[in-house]
Write a protein of this length. Sequence first.
Length: 166
Amino acid sequence: MWLALQLGACATTGGSATGGGDSQAYGLGEDSYREPGALAAVSNDVLMRAIGLVGIPYRYGGTSPQGGFDCSGLVGFVFKDAAGLSLPRSTRELIDIDAPKIDRDDLQPGDLVFFNPRGGRVSHIGIYVGEGRFVHAPATGGTVRLDSLESTYWRKHYVSAKRLLH
């Protein structure tokens, strides 16, 4: 119960949680990549940047390695730094972005994974890094870390995934 309450802090306020508002396309479509392997290179940059932040302290509202991260702050920082994408600030806004939904069995490194640790609406986000694992900033008192999507807790609270790099 304590972990669920702490993860709720990750749902920073802002934007529509229902999907009824305006959405903006954030994906990097084919037109953005004229060189062979460019998409794979950007996906790898996202993966490496996310993994490189493991151990940074969690801080509610945090958006930088120096000040710490909450879950959506981590995602925003990684995609801005590694892929040049400016994303919405909150998890609830991120679930509403115009990007392809991805089946759990089709996840690729760099995909966003969404969770509802409190039940109901999505309130937590991470970055899939491959081999069934994702990077996220879980809770007050913790640090950015790798976790398995197959753990009982995360499997139970998994909601969906979206692909920004396509």
